[in-house]
Ligand binder design. Structure first.
Ligand code: AMP
Length: 286
């Protein structure tokens, strides 16, 4: 497995690859969720490339950019064990040379809702770095986790609208045995917070049961129940919503048997740690 820290090295390695390339962009601090993306990628192409880059433009001024975990040696060992062909691990100046005036890439309809409302500029930062990485890596397919559903929808929209020549493969969320979605940020949780963190997936399960078992169709009732479940687990909710599964726009009513289905999305804080989770309820007609 090779590692490239410069764009020149990456391009040289990329040119030498014959066959299909699948790409897994990450911010490192890899866990089994990331490795499930690599495994999905291996099934889709001849070579898997991973990027490890903690992208400053997607962090707000009061977010955890500087303290974000960066265990690069461990990440490289995990990539090697998972059969990755090469890792791109550039520094910030390599991706954002201070001499180039920045480009603005954005999906306005998604930029100011949910995560975008709480993290202004976040998705512009995500789009800009992912578009750069796509141009550098030139993959045939790229894998993204459903764990970050809004990010997945933003990337799918960018690829479709800009006619980018690659496929986007969504990969299901990997969870801890108690249901907590795996996340690089879980390491910040104190033991008591870790116990409460199960409240995110519990809230989603309650929302899902209301819709699928009881037949609740009023989004407001589902949202109130999920918000209550978060609070019962000492999680301060940022949002707890039922939305259209593709556009993430509000729904007038939920009927997963008749319609496009629904996405339930929750976000909240446990102490200083902010966690998100979601579940997509497929339509029976999908
Ligand atoms: P990150 O390193 O957090 O930027 O995540 C890199 C990729 O891994 C993104 O596509 C995430 O959605 C995905 N990912 C993160 N956590 C999980 C998980 N628990 N299960 C599946 N994919 C995940």
């Amino acid at each position: 497995m090779w590692t490239a820290t410069t764009i020149a090295d990456l391009r040289r390695h990329r040119l030498a690859l014959k066959g299909r390339v699948a790409f897994v962009p990450t911010m490192g601090a890899l866990h089994a969720g990331h490795i499930s993306l690599v495994e999905a990628a291996r099934g889709l192409a001849d070579h898997v490339l991973v990027s490890v880059f903690v992208n400053p433009t997607q962090f707000g001024p009061n977010e955890d950019f500087t303290r974000y975990p960066r265990p690069i040696e461990r990440d490289l060992a995990m990539c090697q064990a998972a059969g990755v062909a090469g890792v791109f691990n550039p520094g910030v100046e390599e991706i954002y040379p201070s001499t180039i005036p920045p480009c603005d890439v954005n999906i306005p309809s998604m930029a100011t809702i949910l995560e975008g409302a709480i993290r202004p500029g976040h998705f512009a930062g995500v789009c800009r770095v992912v578009l750069k990485l796509f141009n550098l890596v030139q993959p045939n397919v790229a894998c993204f986790g459903q764990k970050d559903l809004q990010q997945l929808r933003v990337i799918q929209a960018m690829v479709a609208d800009l006619n980018l020549p690659l496929a986007i493969q969504p990969v299901p969320t990997m969870r801890e045995p108690d249901g907590l979605a795996m996340s690089s940020r879980n390491v910040y949780l104190k033991p008591e917070e870790r116990r409460h963190a199960v409240g995110l997936s519990k809230a989603l399960a309650e929302g899902r049961a209301l819709i699928e078992t009881i037949g609740e169709s009023d989004p407001a009732r589902v949202e109130a129940a999920m918000r209550q479940a978060l609070k019962a687990h000492h999680i301060e909710p940022d949002y707890a919503v039922a939305r259209h599964p593709m556009t993430l726009a509000p729904l007038d009513s939920i009927d997963v048997r008749q319609t496009h289905g629904a996405a339930l999305l929750v976000a909240g804080k446990l102490g200083s740690v902010r966690l998100i989770d979601n579940v997509v309820l497929e339509s029976a007609n999908a």
